[in-house]
Design a protein around this ligand. Sequence first.
Ligand code: IMP
Length: 426
Amino acid sequence: MSVVIVVGAQWGDEGKGKVVDLFTERADVVVRYGGGANAGHTLVIDGQKLVTHLVPSGVCHPGKSCVLGDGMVIDPHTLLEELAQCQARGLLAQGELLIGLGAHVILPYHKLVDGLREDHGAKRGQAIGTTRRGIGPAYADKASRIGIRVQDVLDPKILRQKIEVALAEKNLWLERIYETDGFDLETVWSQYAGLAERLAPYVGDASLLVDEALRAGKDVLFEGAQATLLDLDHGTYPFVTSSNPIASGAATGMGIGPTRIDRVLGVSKAYVTRVGEGPFPSEIRGADQDRLRELGGEYGTVTGRERRCGWLDLVALRYAVRVNGMTSLALTKLDVLSDFEELPVCVRYRLRDGSETEHFPAHQSDFHHAEPVWETLAGWHEPLDNASTLDELPEAAHRYVEFVSKALDVPIELVGVGAARERVLV
Ligand code: IMP
C-alpha cells in the first residue's frame, strides 16, 4: 500500500500529466482532490488526442478507479461530455469512475459572475486572469454555505430549494451590481435535475472508497491540479485559484488523514511559466521570453492564452518544497533549454531594503518588489534525444540538474527530456 501525491511546484502547467501517467501504471486508484475544469491535460491514446479537464489522467489505463474527491467543484455538463468521449474510446467503464457525493457543482451563475468580475476588474487593471470556469464563485458559495453539491442534484426537491436560495442572492447581484439579467429558477433547475439519472451511477462515498482501497493494500495516486503558487492560502494571493492544490489539500479534499500519505512528488519545469496576472520575479525580459515560449509550446490548454515565461526560480521552488513537504522532485522539459548559450537561475531575491533572501517573502509587497539575483549556468547545444539515463546527459545539462537538487536539498527523481511519453529519465 502506498499513497503518492503528485503536486505542481510552480504556477501550474509543469507537465504533471506525464509524471502522473508514469505513476498511474503502478496505482490502483487515481484521485483528483481539488479544483475543477480550470485544469486541462491532453492525453494521447492510440495516436488520438483526448483533452480532459476533470477526469484524472488515470483514465488512459483501463482497470483503474478514477475518483473525483469532495474537495472539487464539478461542472456536470463538462464531466458528462468527457465521460462520453472516454467511453467512445472504450475507457471509463461503469465502476471505474466515482464522483464524491460532497463535491460542489458549478452552476451557470458561477461562470457568469467569474467572467463579469474579470471584465470589470480588467477595466480597473485588477483582473486575476481566471479561466472563467466559475471556480472562484463556486468555492465562495461553498464557504458561504449556499453551494449546491453533487448529492443535491440527485434529489430534485432539495435541488430546487437550494437553487432558489442561491438565486435569491445571485439575481440581486447580477441585476444591481453587474446590471445584467438574472437566472430563471425553473430553467436552471430543470437543466440540472435532468442530469441526475446520468450522474447517479457514478456518484458515491469517495472517502470510503479510498480508505477501503488503502486497507486492502492498494496503491493510491493523488493527482494534483493547479499548483503550489496558485494555492488559496499559500500561493501568491490574490492571483491564485480558490482551492488548496498543495499536498495537504489532498487529505482535506479526499477525506483521508494526513498520516496516510507516504510520498509527495513535486513537479517543476526546468524553467517557469505563469498564465494570468501577478508578480513573477524571474520573468524573462526580452527576446528569450518568446523564444522559450515557442520552444516549449507554452500556450494554455484551457484558454489557449500565451504563458509568461521565466528562468528557473529556486526561491519559489524552495518554498514549494517546504509547504508541500516534498520528498522528491520531477524536473520536466529540460530539453526545451537546449540551445541557450547561458542559463540564468534565480537563486535569491533582492528586497527593497537591499537585503537578499533565499526564502520566499511572506509579505506581498516584498514579493511584488523582489528582484531576482541570478547565478548563470552554462548551456548545452546538443539535443537530449540520445540520453537514456541521467549520466548520458550532456555534462552541462547534468550539472544543471545537480545544481537544482543541491540548492533545494531534495532528490530529483525524474527528468523530462522530450515530448514523447517515454522521454523521462528515472
Ligand atoms: P481560476 O482557477 O480559474 O479561478 O483562475 C485563477 C488563477 O489560476 C488564474 O491565474 C489561472 O490562470 C490560474 N490557473 C487555474 N488553473 C490553472 C491550471 O490548471 N494551470 C495553470 N494555471 C491555472
